[in-house]
Design a protein around this ligand. Sequence first.
Ligand SMILES: [Zn+2]
Length: 486
Amino acid sequence: MYKYFVGFVLLINVCVMAQETSFINDLYFDYSNYKEISLAKKRIKHADIIQLMDKLKENKKFEISKVGKSAQKRDIHLIKYGNGKTKVFLWSQMHGDESTATMGLFDIFNFLTAMDRYDDLRKLLNDSLTIYFIPMVNPDGAEVYQRRNAYDIDINRDYVNKQTPEARMLRSVFDTIRADFGFNLHDQNGSYAAGESPRNAAISFLAPAVNYNKDITPNRKVAMQVIAAINKSLKQYIPGHIAKYNDDFEPRAFGDNFQKEGMSTILIESGGWLNDTEKQFVRKLNFLALISAFINIANSTYTKYDVKEYESIPFNKEIFSDVILRSVTLKRGKKQIVADVAVKRVEKNSKDYKIGYYESEVDDIGDLTGAYGLEEYDCTGLTLEPGKIFSKTVSKVDTLEDVDINKIFLEGCTTIQVKKIDDSLAFCKYPINVCSKNKKQIESKVGSPADFGLYKDGELIYIMVNGYLYDPNNETGYIANGRINR
Ligand SMILES: [Zn+2]
């Protein structure tokens, strides 16, 4: 009899696990029904989410309360969903410029408020779990798209000292809820690979350590099992692009301390994806990862996963540049050398913090085996020359509207002189760099702007403007913006 009973329980578990996989498969295709379209770009602000929360308040399934104020007196909200025994607590955007999961949370709210063929799933989540969300821990940072809070303190290093109102709020909400599971939602930059591989880390997970010894305490083990379950749901869509975040103990951070306090805590870091500067694909991965976690927690199916499955996820490694030009010929005095050239595009904030622009630079030159570019180009047989400054001058940046920029590129020029550059301009919205009069051409060295012409037998093949490769002969390619050199 016992044997049959065990067999029956196993069968149920297999069925429940298969059901979870099928939900995630379906949701991968149905996701667009729930995507919160008003949050279409990563620079989201407090006012954007206040509007959405006002709408959410009308839905009886949610309870929304104010749980604190930021340093600049912006309200911080807690959203509660469900009536189940198991408590799950999620907090996002503790770093103001890390908004990917926040967008994902609003997709989840849309999913939870919808009525469709997933109603049984909603009932399961509603009846088994009580889920608490803080969608924006650091609204002041979000306002100016910066990591730190208004006091210039990193909230995630303020767990012990509690000098910021945001850290005090988070600790006090944690104490009030005393959740079983916690999700600490962040972003990492796109320069991380999943292990020693040419695949970048689209998403990274961590069950934070509780001490320098990295002991696997019972609740840390549970966090590892939940991550193993999420990994299984996601890996078919992004094979080789899932990583584990550095597991060194950080005594000042929230995740590590909450884990120490007994809540099974999971860190999710939204990483990079090719041509996804606004992180919209990674946002979808967050949505799927969290729904998968909720199902596994509600059904307790995470208990079937082995810690070894968590351990088999490779650690992320910082080895990515935005672009690598492979085996390009460089002129050094009278000599020619062949080397790889890595280029990084540094994202900056516009003055109103509403949009970002890029300033690129040469990151490395040499044998870059073991490093990877999100974009890679084989430049064998191509000679790199610094981008030239166009011989004619225009009066104002706006005059570029009527200029045939491609023609300028065909002469190997990446920059044009402008008589008067407005002081308020941070970048050039046209795909060419501008400089004030009498500026000299810049040599192509590490740290210098990435503006080149690439030639074959003296004939221009490609041009790189502000870190973006463009083919002027066929007029193909994309250049986000030009740089201003005053
Ligand atoms: Zn962060």
